[in-house]
Design a protein around this ligand. Structure first.
Ligand code: FPP
Length: 237
């Protein structure tokens, strides 16, 4: 429960970490951890919608995760495919939007077709905006943006002096999405792991020892209440 008067942030971003350890500690294959993690994601997204959060972003698959065993990669992609199908059926009725953040060029065409469909449906909703980072890495995102800006400059569309922080933001995958106010990392690791490095400039960071499959609505509420006690100065006094 979030006490009355506590201000809900505009944008929460989560690193869904600890699925593998959760499964190993139960003698289960790592893939069982990702399945449990996908269920936790559904519960947390439903809760975010209920409390009126405008933006939720989750890290589902990084540009480095291709190095994992093939069966694990396949399981995560299948969980995402199922989620996209489910979103296609329910998102308009539930008034939620879905946006996939990351380099889609390496994704299989059937997945990209589903993404195009959910992008279209998202235009009809104005509730919770869910962003799923898939084949995402902040350095890769920034590299692709720099290339796009270099192309703009070479084509005479922009002068070097006109390239501002806002202009750079507008060329990132997250263009149009406000920066995260609160980044939550469960799983007992204290690092950003190439997640939203540009956008995290002024985010409050909340770390928790809970493994992602065990993360629940109550803990999200605790993170929000903690966030509401932070004094954000954005470099001022
Ligand atoms: C990190 O935990 C988690 C991942 C790399 C995958 C996250 C994917 C899902 C939760 C499923 C698909 C998501 C959606 C949105 C349907 P880890 O495996 O690195 O955990 P460990 O540190 O314990 O090994």
């Amino acid at each position: 429960m979030i006490p009355e008067g506590v201000k809900i942030p505009e944008h929460i971003a989560i690193v869904m970490d600890g699925n593998g350890r959760w499964a190993s500690s139960r003698g289960l294959p790592r893939t069982a951890g990702h399945k449990a993690g996908a269920e936790t994601f559904r519960r947390i997204a439903t809760h975010c919608s209920r409390i009126g959060l405008p933006y939720l972003t989750v890290y589902a698959f990084s540009t480095e995760n291709w190095k994992r065993p093939e069966a694990e990669v396949r399981t995560i992609m299948e969980l995402l495919r199922r989620y996209l199908i489910e979103a296609r059926e329910k998102m308009v009725q539930e008034n939620t939007a879905l946006r996939i953040i990351g380099d889609q060029s390496r994704l299989p065409e059937p997945l990209r077709a589903l993404i195009r469909e959910t992008d279209e449906l998202s235009k009809r909703t104005n509730g919770l905006r869910v962003n799923v980072c898939l084949n995402y890495g902040a350095r890769d995102e920034i590299t692709r943006a720099v290339r796009a800006i270099a192309r703009d400059a070479a084509a005479g569309k922009v002068d070097a002096g006109e390239i501002t922080a806002d202009y750079i933001s507008s060329r990132l995958d997250t263009a149009g999405i406000p920066d995260p106010d609160l980044i939550i990392r469960p799983g007992a690791e204290h690092r950003l792991s190439n997640y939203l490095l540009w956008q995290a400039a002024y985010a409050e960071l909340y770390f928790s020892d809970t493994l992602w499959p065990d993360f629940d609505e109550e803990e999200l509420d605790r993170a929000i209440v903690w966030f509401s006690t932070r004094k954000r100065r954005f470099g001022g006094v």
